[in-house]
Ligand binder design. Structure first.
Ligand SMILES: Cc1cc2nc3c(=O)[nH]c(=O)nc-3n(C[C@H](O)[C@H](O)[C@H](O)COP(=O)(O)OP(=O)(O)OC[C@H]3O[C@@H](n4cnc5c(N)ncnc54)[C@H](O)[C@@H]3O)c2cc1C
Length: 498
């Protein structure tokens, strides 16, 4: 249906949205220190700058008249795991749901990720790995030390962790997905896809099947540009561009922003995560478009900052440590972290003063079940039939490389890693050897639009902005399972409210 509401509707440009009163970051209600005041002032200035640039971007669209090409109940921006889960229950409840996605397919970052799905609150955890199961109260106790008293972000973390269990249980008990059987690893609170590391394809095929059965629809190669407001200044849709450059305006009763984070936005990384801003970035198309639009609509940011970890350029360079004997060394031949604590690889190398490291393994990992993980690294993986050849290919002195193996031999013989306390996979490597040279990269951002416990986007006074919701990294979640959990939460809200 072609609608013409140009006399009433406005794009998310200057004046269309409520003023960004104060532009405050979500912060603790505890007593403020002068430093906290400075930080809040800086943050407020940054927030206003981001809102201004969001408005400028919207204006750069040319402010063409609004001309709705489609009308739906619920419009979701982004077909990542959070957006897909936001769609399913409302569609199953009879709502007309459209997901607009800039790429040609669904899945977002998770489909390419290592696919380690951490969750200790699932019924499945309780049944299969009871020692890893946590109640919401235990979760609160565990996370409380990381938050100031009264910080709503702690409540949000507890909420997400609790709903994380519902995601795992929905996949397994309701939809029949069999996660990988428990393997020896330090991550017994994590679920892995049945086909191995780095392939969530089987999970996404199932999620997509449920989404289509529920009746939700996609519009691929459709890029979000800005929100649209009605004559009362309330959000009533969004503007997109199609691959051919044409404008696509969609009218909706509710808009869910689920377009991921801002790791590809160099300016924002410099502002909010300067520690990681100079590192390479392996993710494209996460420029914080949706966060900026929410901000321009009067929303506020929360939890902005560096994430808890970095990645290697090639996932094999750390994730193999989850299940296999590997040795990771700096160019000086020294080990620098416990290889089974996979996420310490990149940060550990930087802490040791290096921006590169080597991961060495043998046929045990090379012929293991995680072939997709190796495929992701492609030709970056090299092999060597002897220590001499390995040294030559690594570009290190033979004595340095021999030293690596001698040190490892001693650890394996003693079955004790006095340096880093590793207890798993203390096995000697046999030729042929394989290795990869890795560099630390950033791969995700932290923080986004502040939301309440129903995933309404909140304004500067912590009041919900009408018709506007957010999920996943756009709402400041980190990792796959909390993103999916936030999708389930917003889905429940939408079923009740739309
Ligand atoms: C290499 C890598 C490895 C990872 N490994 C793990 C892991 O092992 N475990 C873990 O828990 N997490 C991991 N993560 C993080 C995890 O993938 C993310 O936290 C999760 O996928 C976030 O989901 P999301 O739905 O919030 O956003 P995304 O997955 O980013 O999805 C957002 C979607 O919105 C679309 N979009 C963006 N902008 C627009 C726009 N303007 N218009 C229309 N569409 C738009 C994107 O194309 C994308 O499809 C990894 C991430 C990467 C990159």
């Amino acid at each position: 249906m072609k609608m013409d509401r140009r006399q009433f509707c406005a794009l998310g440009t200057a004046g269309a949205f409520a003023a960004i009163a104060g532009g405050m970051l979500g912060c603790s209600s505890g007593e403020k220190t002068p430093a906290a005041d400075d930080k809040a002032a800086d943050a407020a200035a940054s927030t206003q700058a981001d809102a201004a640039s969001a408005k400028a971007a919207a204006m750069a669209m040319g402010d063409a008249d609004v001309n709705f090409a489609q009308e739906v109940d619920i419009l979701i921006v982004g077909a990542g795991i959070s957006g897909m889960f936001a769609a399913i229950d409302p569609a199953a409840a009879g709502k007309n749901v459209l997901i607009c996605e800039q790429n040609g397919t669904f899945g977002g970052d998770a489909i390419y990720s290592a696919a380690c799905q951490m969750c200790s609150t699932a019924k499945l955890t309780q049944e299969e790995r009871p020692e890893k199961y946590s109640t919401p109260e235990e979760i609160r106790e565990k996370f409380a030390p990381y938050y100031e008293e009264g910080d709503p972000a702690l409540d949000f973390t507890v909420l997400l962790q609790t709903w994380s269990g519902k995601f795992i249980d929905r996949m397994h008990y309701d939809w029949g997905y069999e996660f990988q059987p428990l393997r020896e690893s330090p991550y017994h609170q994590a679920f892995f896809p049945k086909d191995g590391l780095c392939t969530m394809n089987s999970e996404f095929q199932l999620i997509n099947q449920k989404l289509e059965e529920a009746g939700a629809k996609y519009s691929f190669e459709t890029t979000f540009k800005t929100l649209i407001t009605d004559e009362n200044g309330e959000i009533c849709g969004a503007r997109f561009t199609k691959k051919d450059g044409s404008i696509f305006d969609v009218k909706a009763k509710a808009v869910v922003l689920a377009a991921g984070g801002y790791v590809s936005n160099q300016e924002w990384m410099t502002r909010y995560a300067p520690e990681y801003a100079d590192l390479g970035n392996i993710v494209s198309g996460r420029k914080g478009d949706a966060i900026a639009a929410g901000l321009a609509a009067g929303g506020q940011l929360w939890k902005m900052g560096p994430t808890s970890n970095l990645n290697p350029r090639y996932e094999a360079g750390h994730m193999l440590g989850t299940f296999y004997p590997i040795i990771c060394v700096l160019p000086n031949g020294k080990r620098f972290y416990c290889e089974t604590a996979v996420h310490n690889a990149a940060t550990g190398a930087i802490a040791a003063g290096y921006h590169e490291w080597y991961t060495i393994w043998d046929n045990v990992a090379q012929n293991g079940q995680d072939q997709e993980l190796l495929k992701h690294a492609g030709e970056a993986i090299q092999s060597a039939d002897s220590v001499d050849e390995l040294a030559e290919k690594m570009g290190l002195h033979i004595e340095t490389v021999q030293g690596i193996f001698d040190n490892w031999h001693d650890i394996c013989e003693a079955q004790e890693d006095a340096e880093f306390g590793r207890t798993l996979f203390l096995q000697e490597l046999q030729p042929p050897f394989y290795f990869i040279r890795n560099v630390p990269v950033r791969y995700k951002s932290l923080g986004g639009l502040k939301v309440d416990e129903q995933m309404h986007v909140l304004d500067a006074n912590d009041q919900p902005i009408k018709n506007l919701y957010a999920a996943g990294c756009t709402a400041g979640t980190e990792d796959i399972v909390p993103a999916a959990a936030s999708g389930l939460i917003v889905a429940e809200t939408l079923v009740a409210e739309v």
